[in-house]
Ligand binder design. Structure first.
Ligand code: R5P
Length: 282
């Protein structure tokens, strides 16, 4: 079994290979003058682990090309972050179910799929091959533990993030709650923990994805107004679109923690060991 990875997942791919005690096959990536992607792999093994987060449309195309280049092997697809997973329904008439388009495309040429904290588990059902989802709650918990915060409060920013934030909190034996939006007037909204007070506490807001950072930035400002000592933000997938990281820091967030499902300089938690373990078990 050998590992191969897309350009955007080189670090995680290499870590997975190390955990599996195998090597990474070299790939040359380039583009044609018209912008089309091109790639050429080194010698492929009979069994391949293909690692590639879909972070944008280019990385999706690159991943599909990579799977095709490995078409003589038995391929295990590792999809650490899957963009388009949030469009998992036809919310309005005329919309595509984008998640289904991606899962169907990526089911071609692979034997099975591993995802990490996919935004909606139902999406797994639209792969046409067996798919399993791993959770990095334990890794995020362990990292928060290293911060040695006194009695931190783990907060989910919304209903959708509650289950994940709860797993993180249970891992460290910490208090947990979720933010509630209270509409004060037509234009004014207050966000506060539903049951517990943030007063004088270190608060860690935990979500699966930080994209624009809008929700967390607003929440952080309000938590400081409510007397929070420090506010941290932790997520699995650090998308950080449109200057989100800077916006969060500007709100006084002490630190932003994410994993290497999307490779960032604040990727403090690695998904590699868990992915390698799942590959060994399957
Ligand atoms: C949405 O349901 C996700 O779980 C995240 O809460 C969301 O993607 C975060 O978005 P943003 O960073 O843009 O507020």
């Amino acid at each position: 079994m050998k590992v191969i990875c897309t350009e955007k997942s080189q670090v995680l791919g290499t870590r997975i290979a190390r955990a599996l005690k195998t090597s990474v096959i070299d790939v040359t990536y380039s583009r044609f003058p018209d912008g089309e992607h091109y790639l050429q792999t080194g010698e492929i093994d009979d069994e391949m682990v293909i690692v590639g987060s879909v972070v944008d449309s280019d990385s999706l195309v690159q991943l599909m090309l990579l799977v095709d280049a490995c078409d003589r092997a038995t391929n295990h697809l590792v999809l650490p972050y899957m963009a388009y997973a949030r469009q998992d329904k036809r919310f309005r008439q005329g919309e595509p179910v984008s998640s289904r388009v991606v899962t169907r495309a990526l089911s071609q040429g692979v034997a099975d799929v591993i995802t990490v904290n996919i935004h909606e588990k139902e999406v797994l059902k639209s792969f046409t091959v067996p798919a399993q989802n791993l959770s990095l709650a334990e890794g995020i918990s362990s990292y928060i533990g290293t911060l040695q915060l006194a009695n931190p409060l783990i907060l989910a920013p919304d209903e959708g993030a509650r289950a994940f934030a709860e797993q993180v909190a249970i891992g460290g034996g910490w208090d947990r709650d979720h933010l509630e939006k209270i509409r004060l007037s037509g234009a004014e909204v207050r966000m506060a923990p539903r049951e517990l007070s943030a007063q004088s506490r270190s608060v860690v807001i935990v979500d699966d994805i930080i994209s624009t950072g809008g929700t967390i930035a607003t929440a952080a400002g309000m938590l400081y107004q409510q007397g929070a000592k420090d506010v941290f933000a932790a997520c699995v997938h650090g998308v950080f679109t449109g200057g989100a990281f800077v916006r969060l820091m500007a709100k006084g967030i002490r630190d932003v923690i994410c994993s290497d499902t999307i490779e960032r300089s604040c990727s403090r938690v690695s998904a590699a060991d868990q992915i390698a373990g799942a590959l060994i078990r399957q």
